[in-house]
Design a protein. Structure first.
Length: 421
């Protein structure tokens, strides 16, 4: 009994520290940084308060799946058609340019091109949550530029998930050219297939839950008794679980299955509102994931001169590779908003860096450099993005027609003609 009480007390203290870390991180609009720091301090390489973090890592992986699923669910399906071409250009550039710059930096630092590519992939993703939260705070989320940022970040994350799938396969492949080609080609083909499945599901699922369908109307009273929102959430979780397992088993990353599961319900009636009831639970699970990330970072190496120095330098391509995406927007003020919005990193960057380390694609020093670069980019993004938004407002803000573009749709079409090169 005494040992059980001790474990409960330790768990309780961990959760209190995690909550405090998140609150401190909110001061710089990056709660995930505070949560990672708590994991770093309490983990095996820190105070060793939690010497066996396997349980935390397992729960953190569940939180990661929920986080990625929520990202898919949050997509504005209608906005895809309006800003698609420009968003694709921003996303592709924002994915490939950091990889190229990261590879060049690591090669110049004396590492092999293979290590450079592996390290560069950690810089490829964007935090859609950070970007949307900052824009929402500035009342700019439902503008043309807000829709553009959200869609670009979403496509960016999908591309990063495909890269993550390739990364996981390449690590275990042999030097044989045929095996390497299959290791790269298989996850790409599987990922594309699941994206197509997700696009089809996003059209079918809303109809299934729409009251216009006869069987849904007849089942209306039953669904009301069962709490219709709970049925939607249960269906989404069930589909997501199936896709997570199927996607991982087929040769892609299971996280793509989580994203597709959420995206399938993005346009379903009341799906977003239904899931919003579980915001607190999903936020806590996400916090545990970032806690687990911190627990897996070697504290001594993080502040080692070589790792820290390399990481601070590596933050330069991490920032510039995303900031350059603003070049696709003509207006200088909007270009700064788009660029700094894409600079912010999220969960996928840390997952990619850890995947590369676990697969033996690079050692501890490049891994620590990736962590430093991701943390620095995550810290500076909201600061400079808020400044860019403030300057944009001071210069006249957004036209009346811009506001509500995400819901209205008509104004969003004008992106290609007025705002974007």
């Amino acid at each position: 009994m005494a040992s059980t009480l001790y474990e409960i007390a330790r768990l309780w203290i961990t959760f209190i520290a995690l909550a405090c870390g998140g609150k401190l991180g909110e001061l710089v609009h990056a709660p995930l940084v505070g949560e990672i720091v708590v994991g770093l301090l309490l983990g095996p390489s820190g105070a060793n308060f939690i010497p066996e973090p396997d349980g935390v890592v397992l729960l953190g992986n569940l939180g990661l799946c929920v986080l990625v699923m929520t990202g898919g669910l949050s997509i504005d399906v209608d906005a895809l058609a309006h800003v698609g071409p420009v968003a694709i250009a921003i996303a592709v550039t924002g994915t490939l340019l950091p990889i190229a710059l990261g590879c060049a930096f690591m090669t110049a630092a004396g590492y092999s091109p293979a290590v450079g590519v592996a390290a560069g992939t950690a810089l490829s993703s964007t935090s859609i949550g950070m970007a949307t939260n900052t824009m929402a705070a500035a009342n700019a989320l439902h503008t043309r530029i807000g829709s553009l940022v959200c869609v670009a970040a979403m496509i960016d994350d999908v591309l990063s998930l495909v890269i993550l799938a390739v990364l996981g396969n390449v690590g275990g492949s042999s030097d044989d050219a045929g095996a390497l080609t299959w290791a790269i080609g298989r996850p790409v083909m599987v990922s594309v297939a699941f994206v197509v499945v997700g696009a089809g599901a996003a059209r079918v699922v809303p109809r299934v839950f729409a009251r216009e369908w006869g069987w849904a109307t007849r089942a209306g009273e039953t669904l009301t008794k069962m709490k219709r929102d709970d049925v939607v959430v249960a269906s989404m979780l069930t589909l997501t679980l199936g896709l997570v397992v199927a996607c991982g088993a087929a040769g892609s990353t299971y996280l793509l299955g989580a994203f597709v599961g959420g995206y399938a319900f993005a346009a379903a009636p009341n799906a977003k509102d239904a899931w919003a009831k579980y915001d607190l639970l999903s936020a806590r699970l996400a916090s545990i994931f970032f806690l687990s990330v911190g627990m897996q970072i070697p504290l001594a190496d993080l502040f080692d001169g070589a790792g820290a120095g390399l990481g601070i330098g590596y933050a330069v391509p991490a920032v510039l590779g995303k900031l350059a995406t603003g070049a696709f927007v003509r207006d200088v003020g909007d270009a700064a908003v788009v660029g700094w919005a894409m600079v912010g990193r999220g969960e996928l960057g840390f997952v990619m860096a850890r995947e590369a380390l676990d697969e033996g694609l690079f050692g501890d020093t490049p891994y620590v450099a990736c962590v430093w670069a991701l943390l620095i980019a995550t810290l500076v993004s909201p600061v400079f993005m808020r400044r860019a938004l403030e300057r944009r407002k001071a210069a006249g803000g957004w036209a009346a027609g811009d506001v509500g573009a995400a819901e209205d749709g008509a104004d969003a079409v004008e992106i290609g003609r007025h705002d974007v090169a």
